[in-house]
Design a protein around this ligand. Sequence first.
Ligand SMILES: [Ca+2]
Ligand SMILES: [Ca+2]
Length: 274
Amino acid sequence: MGSEDRLLCAESLEVTDLQVELAGLTEGTVYTDSLSTDPTNGDPFDNLNDGTVTFITVTVNSAARLVAEIVASEAPDLDLFVGTGDTPSAATQVCASASGIALEYCNINDPADGTWWVVVQNWQASGTPPDDVTFVVAAVTADAGNWDVTGPNIAGGDPLTATISWNEPGFDIGTYWYGDFVLGTDAGHPDNLARVNANFVVVGTPVIETDTTDLASAQASGEVVTFTMAISNTGTGDLDWNITEDNDTLMRGVQGDLSMTTALVNSPQRCWWC
Ligand SMILES: [Ca+2]
Ligand SMILES: [Ca+2]
């Protein structure tokens, strides 16, 4: 699914040959778990296997970014921790996102190669634990060829508008994609303008609508009735649909089975730049 957006920098250096280095877009891996309150919530590492804390490991190899985020929670307050190695600990912790809310976020630019751990802790459960939690992890690697960033040459002091475009067939509702780009003014200065982490969340709810639902209730034997039914998708996501004939003996006797399947495409993607 392709589209584009724009990023505006209010005032820029002179750009004579815009340099763009891309990484991603890499799809994040979605994890789910169900957690009760950590009885020792001042320490997320002292009880990793009692159903109140969960952790995964991820291999990083020449990544531009390592990103982890909690995207859904039944608990009012989860905390997120990221560090190096395969054993979570305070000593190996690199990022702690432990605010008073549940949807925490960690990003590490240019992470070291090797194994990293990601910990999610239920700091405060809901009134009906255990609580379902969903978090996403991605190691953003080389340019995957599924997006691009372009921009004009400009005089110093002028605003720079970069156009961000993407074309990724895997942009299904509920998926998360991550990228990174670095901008420079010319070949001798490939990274002196900006570095941008780009996060894509594919959202939407398809809604099918039809303009007619009924045929004439009676017709002569052998008569052919033709009708047109328009089907539209008024929602905000792709819709796979099919239509089959009602299980009516007379109708089936005349026409036989009718079946068709196709996709109604809408524009479900949302993106932000940070
Ligand atoms: Ca604990
Ligand atoms: Ca929190």
